[in-house]
Design a protein around this ligand. Structure first.
Ligand code: MRU
Length: 334
């Protein structure tokens, strides 16, 4: 699925949302056509649309979809109710609520105002990604002595997760284009394998040299001196730079600090939640036990085993070397 010659994860087409089915990858390259808000909520909940900026796009287009079906007569209360349910579908990624709130702020202008706002939000997401990917590549080049960098990343932060280009993975692509990338190490990202299934799929298509690691191998690879920097995305950054991202990020940040490796967060300002003073206030989504007890359809643990399955963790700001947005390095209060 491409727009202006570039791959795009979610778009508006003839009164419907069309999205790449991220659950089907890497085996099947399928699109989903979404015609109802309930269908969108189910799609977002099962992670067929996922990643904070792609969720923002889904939030904006979801409110538009609701308004499209409630146009005559214009049912503002119904649209607000749909918007509330949609915003709650993934509680950690603040970008979803950010986009929904922006749409609701122009609701009084009716359907044309919502159409304009959705268009503006999607455009801003793409512009921000382009700027922050380049700024992050500049930062890590300046922060590391080697010419060709060995980067470690976690989860999926490419165009699938971010609408277009990518955030952390966008920076990796910029390094590759500049001839400054030796290789990118991708963690598998248990339990749903966003790293193995999605990041490796994107890198393979873009012909970027990469290697896949089981999550628990990352510290050992750092210890043998094979990583120059870690670059990850974020789902919500508190005002003090505490950063919620895919579970496993905290362990990478601790290991990076131990080994003296820069740990960089690349995210748009729509991921920064100034209203939340610290990570303690970030809601963490807990997901189904079956994601952990099964590998695909195969049961891999005793049936009665209890499970904890937090989808995200919070890395304290003091372990983050820099948060890079489309405006450059984020400094709390400044
Ligand atoms: O549960 P997911 O797959 O939606 O989690 C995604 C992540 O944690 C990404 O790292 C984050 O959204 C940043 S995407 C640029």
């Amino acid at each position: 699925m491409t727009v202006d010659g570039e791959p795009q994860s979610v778009l508006w087409q003839d009164g419907c949302i069309v999205a790449v089915d991220q659950v089907a990858l890497p085996h099947h390259e399928r699109r989903i056509r979404i015609t109802r808000v309930d269908q969108l909520i189910a799609t977002v909940s099962r992670l067929a649309i996922r990643g904070a900026p792609s969720l923002a796009a889904a939030g904006a287009l979801g409110v538009l979809l609701s308004a499209h079906s409630r146009r005559t007569p214009f049912d503002a209360a119904g649209i607000r109710a749909d918007a509330g349910r949609l915003a709650a579908a993934r509680p950690t990624a603040v970008n979803l609520r950010w986009a929904v709130d922006r749409m609701l702020a122009v609701l009084d202008g009716g359907y044309p105002a919502l159409e304009r706002e959705a268009d503006a939000i999607l455009g801003e997401i793409v512009t921000a990604n382009a700027a922050l990917a380049s700024a992050t590549a500049d930062f890590v080049c300046a922060a590391t002595a080697r010419h060709r960098l060995r980067v470690l990343t976690h989860c999926n932060t490419g165009w699938l997760a971010t609408l277009r280009i990518g955030t952390a993975l966008g920076a990796v692509l910029r390094l590759h284009e500049r001839g400054r990338l030796e290789r990118v190490y991708c963690t598998e990202t248990r339990p749903l394998l966003q790293g193995a299934r999605l990041t490796c799929w994107e890198l393979d298509r873009a012909e970027v040299p990469h290697a896949l690691l089981v999550d628990s191998a990352a510290a050992a690879v750092m210890a043998r001196g094979a990583i120059d920097c870690v670059i990850v995305g974020a789902d919500r950054i508190a005002a003090n730079r505490d950063t919620a991202n895919k579970v496993g990020t905290l362990a990478l940040a601790i290991a990076a600090r131990h080994h003296g490796i820069p740990f960089v967060v690349a995210a748009p300002t729509s991921t920064i939640d100034e209203a939340t003073p610290s990570g303690a206030g970030i809601p963490i989504e807990h997901r189904y036990a079956e994601e952990v007890t099964h590998f695909g359809l195969e049961l891999t643990a005793p049936r009665r085993t209890e499970v904890e399955n937090p989808a995200f963790d919070v890395t304290p700001g003091e372990l983050v070397s820099a948060v890079i947005t489309e405006h450059g390095v984020y400094r709390p209060g400044g």
